[in-house]
Design a protein around this ligand. Structure first.
Ligand code: SAH
Ligand code: SF4
Ligand code: F3S
Length: 428
C-alpha cells in the first residue's frame, strides 16, 4: 500500500507542485508507481480556472472510481485549486474521492493518507515549502517556483481565492534549486509565479533575481511566467536584453484591448500602456517572441469592445496566443456582474479570434524560413520516427531530420518550412 501516482491538470504551477508532493511522499517512504494500474494511491492535482477544467477532472475521477471494485483499498485524493475551492463538496459528490488536500497543506499529505483523514485545506500564507527539492518528471526543462499565491484579484479570476496571498521564496533557496537542476543536466529552466514581476525578498526584486539566476552558467536558457503588464519594469527589459542566457520571449497576458473592460477586469493598465511595453520590448530585443492570453465575452463586452481586442491582436502580431471564452467563477466579482454575454456570442467571438491568430502565427512562423535557429532537442517527433523535435529560444516548436543521439543537445537548423505551430528545418 505504498505506491502513488499523481495526475496533473492546470498550469505550470501545478506541474511544479506535483513534483514537490512527489518528493514529500518519497521522503515519507512512498514510491512512485509506473502506471495507474499499479498505484495504491491516485492523486489528482486539479485546476479551477474555468468550469471546463473542473468538469474534465470530475469525469476522470469518476472513471478511476471503478477500480475500487477490484481493489477495495485503493485511495483517491484530490489536491490543487479545485480541492481548495470545493473542499468537502468534492467528497459529497460521491465520485470516489477519499481525501482532499489544499495548496498550503502538502506537507501533511503522508499524515492524511496514514490517518485516513479526509480533508485538510487550511490556508497558511507563510507556506513556501522550504528546502524541498522537487522530483522532476521531464529531462530538459525544470520549473522553479519563485513565488506562490496572487494579490491581484482580477475580477474574473479564481486564482487568488484558491492559491491565497502572494509570497516570495527566499533567494538562496531559489538559486540553490537552479544550481541543483543545472547539476542534474537541465539546461532550460522556467521561473514560475502568477505575477513574477512582483517577486520581492529581502529587498531583492525580480530583475535582480533574474540577474543572479543568469550568473549560473550550467543553465543555458532561462524563462519566466507569468508577467503582469502593470508590473513589467524597464529594469527587467534591461536585464533581459543584456543577458544571453535569458530567453528572448515574454508571455504578456493582454486579456482585453478595451480600456473599459480592462478597468472592469481590475487589470491596472490601459491598452496604450500595454502597447508601450510591447514597443519597449521590441526596441530592446528586435526578435523577441511574444505570446499572450486573451478572454472574450467578459460580462458587458460589446461588439465594439471585442473589436478592440481583435484589432490589438492584429496590430501586435503575437507569435502565439491562448484564447478563452469567459467562464463565470462563483465567488469572483465578475460572476455577479449584470449583462453576462450569451454563450453563442462568446463562442463566435472565440472562433473568430482563434482564426485570426492562426493566420498570424502561420505568417510569423513562415517569416522565419531561411533563418538559422538553435533548437534544444527534447524528443523524437510525434509524427515521424526519423524526425526530432525541440524548442527554439523564442519558444517555438521545431522539427528536423536527425538521429536520436542528438536528444538533449543544442542543434542549429535552417528553417525550410513552417505550419501554424511548428517550424520545419534541416540540420546545418
Ligand atoms: N497569473 C496569470 C494567469 C493565470 S490564469 C496572469 O495573470 O496572467 C491563465 C489565464 O486563464 C489568464 O491569463 C486568463 O486569460 C484565463 N482565465 C482566468 N480566469 C478565467 C475565466 N474566469 N474565464 C476565462 N478565462 C480565464
Ligand atoms: Fe488571476 Fe489576475 Fe492573479 Fe493572474 S494576476 S492569477 S489573472 S488574479
Ligand atoms: Fe488552474 Fe490553479 Fe493554475 S486554477 S491555472 S492550476 S493556479
Amino acid at each position: 500500500m505504498n505506491k502513488f501516482i499523481i495526475e496533473t491538470y492546470g498550469c505550470q504551477m501545478n506541474i511544479a507542485d506535483s513534483e514537490l508532493v512527489a518528493t514529500i511522499l518519497k521522503d515519507a517512504g512512498y514510491f512512485e508507481a509506473d502506471s495507474i494500474e499499479d498505484a495504491d494511491i491516485i492523486i489528482f492535482n486539479t485546476c479551477s480556472v474555468r468550469q471546463h477544467a473542473e468538469e474534465r477532472v470530475k469525469g476522470r475521477i469518476s472513471n478511476e472510481q471503478a477500480r475500487k471494485k477490484n481493489k477495495s483499498d485503493l485511495v483517491i485524493g484530490v489536491m490543487g485549486c479545485m480541492a481548495q475551492r470545493m473542499k468537502e463538496e468534492l467528497i459529497a459528490l460521491n465520485i470516489g474521492v477519499d481525501f482532499i488536500v489544499g495548496v498550503d497543506q502538502y506537507h501533511n499529505i503522508p499524515e492524511i493518507i496514514e490517518s485516513k483523514s479526509t480533508i485538510n485545506a487550511d490556508f497558511n500564507s507563510a507556506e513556501v515549502y522550504h528546502n524541498i527539492y522537487p522530483t522532476r518528471k521531464g529531462n530538459f526543462n525544470a520549473f522553479v517556483t519563485i513565488m506562490r499565491g496572487c494579490n491581484n484579484f482580477c475580477t474574473y479570476c479564481i486564482v487568488p481565492y484558491v492559491r491565497g496571498r502572494e509570497r516570495s521564496r527566499p533567494l538562496d533557496e531559489i538559486l540553490r534549486e537552479v544550481r541543483l537542476a543545472g547539476e542534474e543536466g537541465f539546461k532550460d529552466i522556467t521561473l514560475l509565479g502568477q505575477n513574477v514581476n512582483s517577486y520581492s525578498f529581502d529587498g531583492i526584486k525580480f530583475p535582480q533575481l533574474m540577474q543572479k539566476v543568469s550568473d549560473i552558467d550550467t543553465i543555458k536558457r532561462i524563462r519566466f511566467v507569468t508577467s503582469h503588464p502593470k508590473d513589467l519594469s524597464d529594469d527587467l527589459i534591461e536585464v533581459m536584453a543584456a543577458n544571453e542566457r535569458i530567453c528572448k520571449h515574454v508571455h504578456l497576458p493582454l486579456q482585453s484591448g478595451d480600456d473599459e473592460i480592462l478597468r472592469r477586469m481590475n487589470r491596472g493598465y490601459t491598452a496604450s500602456h500595454y502597447r508601450g511595453i510591447i514597443d519597449k520590448l521590441r526596441r530592446a530585443m528586435p526578435n523577441i517572441g511574444l505570446t499572450t492570453d486573451v478572454i472574450v465575452g467578459f460580462p458587458g463586452e460589446t461588439e465594439e469592445q471585442y473589436r478592440k481586442t481583435y484589432d490589438l491582436m492584429k496590430e501586435v502580431e503575437y507569435d502565439y496566443a491562448f484564447m478563452y471564452k469567459y467562464s463565470p467563477r462563483t465567488g469572483t466579482k465578475a460572476a455577479d456582474f449584470a449583462e453576462q454575454v450569451p454563450e453563442e456570442v462568446r463562442l463566435s467571438r472565440l472562433k473568430e479570434i482563434i482564426e485570426l491568430q492562426r493566420e498570424i502565427t502561420l505568417q510569423k512562423f513562415r517569416s522565419q524560413i531561411g533563418s538559422i535557429k538553435e533548437v534544444y532537442v527534447e524528443n523524437v517527433s510525434k509524427k515521424s520516427a526519423e524526425e526530432l523535435s525541440g524548442k527554439t529560444e523564442d519558444f517555438k516548436i521545431a522539427v528536423f531530420k536527425g538521429d536520436k543521439s542528438l536528444i538533449g543537445s543544442f542543434v542549429n537548423i535552417e528553417i525550410t518550412d513552417a505550419t501554424s505551430g511548428t517550424l520545419i528545418g534541416r540540420k546545418v
